[in-house]
Write a protein that binds this ligand. Sequence first.
Ligand code: F0G
Length: 442
Amino acid sequence: MGEEGAKSVRCAHCGDLLEVSFPGWKTSAGMRVGGLDAVGLKQLWLQRRTSSKALDESGVWRFREILPALHDWNNVITLREGNTPLYELPSCGRAAGVDHLFAKHQGMNPTGSFKDTGMTAASSFAKQGGFRWVACASTGNTSASMAAYAARAGMRSLVLIPQGQITWGKLSQALDYGAITCQLKTDFDGCMRVLDEVVQRMPVYLLNSVNPYRLEGQKTVAVELLERFDWQPPDHIIVPGGNLGNSSAIGKALLEMKELGLITKLPKLSVIQAEGANALVRTMRETGGKKLISVHAETMATAIKIGSPASWKKAVRVIEATGGAVEQVSEVEMALAKAEIGADGIGCEPASAVTLAGLKKLVKQGFVKKSESVVLVLTGNLLKDPDFTLKFHRGDLFAGTEHEEEAAVVLGPRQRAPMVLDASANAVVKVLEYAEQNDPRK
Ligand code: F0G
């Protein structure tokens, strides 16, 4: 028998525990959580899918045995997050050169991004702690999610975003959910620095992904995924990397599931970044993951436009522990991948599409084999960034940039600009006939 509980470290910002201990967790093989072994846990979690209790309907709290426990479960703030679909991506699989490709679509969460799974946990603890104010710096999705959960909890929320660098969709969500929204004349990393100072001076609860409860909630995507695969893990899980909270959380979950005996094999967890925001890629390649190399971030995928990722150390640890890879992709590669995911009838926001673009590279390098199963974690909904999609289809995305020529060749065949026609059936029939004659699938 091992020791009960896990080691804990206090967060420099909020004083909370960074590594949380689970009730009844024994830290050695043959562990039991809440008095249940691996088989018992699997059964219990599955049974809850038929329950209509709010706590069980949540795809996060359904797995509450492996989450930090609240004093009173009535404090849970849930919008029924999680339980997101796993889709097959046949034509994207062909484009990438793998036989078994899936997308776990976290953009199907209540506010349209993966942030909700962490936010239900962290906002519940903020409410339990009696906080009136919660705050975050964000590239858009965290702020949308935080504002929604704070509103449900009856708390006020403060959002710091880089001026002109988040999408309208995300900004409008924060406003609608009642956040006090400050657009700072800086980038995301600058917003983080300002917020760090604000939380030292005011009694606000920090809800950025350094918040330990956020990471705990975000673990559940991996648990759901493994459950969906009947606990026979896929060979690879691929996620986009920004501030690196998501990859850290998923990696933590995989290691915990293995330790608990819920799985016997670890999927390889790989992280893909945009070339212009490639701090982790450089950190791994140039320092072997020992020292962070910050960059000045530039990418059209505003969600991951981050130069100094807060959770880089944790991400390095889980990539190494699972045998995963890091890779970077160009803006054109990302735009093509986004159109391909859209054409499979799924769609996602640009940051999520780096996963498919990165997979193509990992297949070419031989890191991912054709016969292996791969899951892309799509982090945000297509509707988060309609501007990008419209510009893509109108052919404006790379106009006037150094990539203009390359984009015309690579992306041209995928573009479907909306047409303005006279209000006549003749005009529409002509378009239909033309489209039929030129169907690329024929
Ligand atoms: N994909 C989307 C759609 C995101 O919004 C983010 C991060 C990421 C990927 C990267 O995840 O930071 O955990 O590595 N968005 C944060 C925000 C930074 O403020 O909304 P990460």
